[in-house]
Design a protein around this ligand. Sequence first.
Ligand SMILES: Cc1ncc(COP(=O)(O)OP(=O)(O)O)c(N)n1
Ligand SMILES: Cc1nc(C(=O)O)sc1CCOP(=O)(O)O
Ligand SMILES: [Mg+2]
Length: 202
Amino acid sequence: MLNPFYQIVDNANWLPRLLPVGLKLVQLRIKDAEEDEVREQITLAQELCNQYQTQLIINDYWELAIELGCDFIHLGQEDLDDADIGEIRQAGLQLGVSTHDENELDRALDLEPDYIALGPVYPTILKEMHWEPQGAENVRRWKEMVGHIPLVAIGGLSVERASEIYDAGADTICVVTDVLYNESPEERLQEWLELSIERQAE
Ligand SMILES: Cc1ncc(COP(=O)(O)OP(=O)(O)O)c(N)n1
Ligand SMILES: Cc1nc(C(=O)O)sc1CCOP(=O)(O)O
Ligand SMILES: [Mg+2]
């Protein structure tokens, strides 16, 4: 089962701050870096996540993830164009896939992924998106369509917006800025963890 709270970080240096608070599911999402730098970052993230028994998911770099013995990757639709899914599965990696519309969802479902992400649920300031915000209504629709596959909601989510999105059917909520751009990332993460523990108890 995926943890109900999922944090994306852009650098493994966040991990010594966030893992001691109790973060159990984290994605390393590095953009615009040399391969050696990414390799170092993944290795550091693996060491730290192992210490805290936290699930590490590598974004984009599926070949490095295989080389370094990672066990979970996240790929978007453009990443899928270049990825060798057979090699990824052969290496035993779990796979999460992004979706933004029903065509993308069909493609993702064919891959029998370990989770499906839907975004952007709300407007995000992190990156330019070509899709209108999905809203709680599409989270509900996606959950009906993905069935037993865990559904990850991403994009513009905050502690204040979380209950509506969990209620709509998201199994896990993934964020970047709500924690990392907060005045106190550790305190904001603590709020998320308390909320998600309450959800798990329900
Ligand atoms: C959990 C989660 N959902 C969606 C994404 C976005 O992936 P992608 O569309 O490949 O875009 P980039 O993140 O690579 O810019 C994600 N990373 N994680
Ligand atoms: C990386 C990413 N992918 C998205 C998608 O919809 O596929 S939304 C997103 C950014 C999420 O950041 P924040 O929580 O700060 O809005
Ligand atoms: Mg990607």
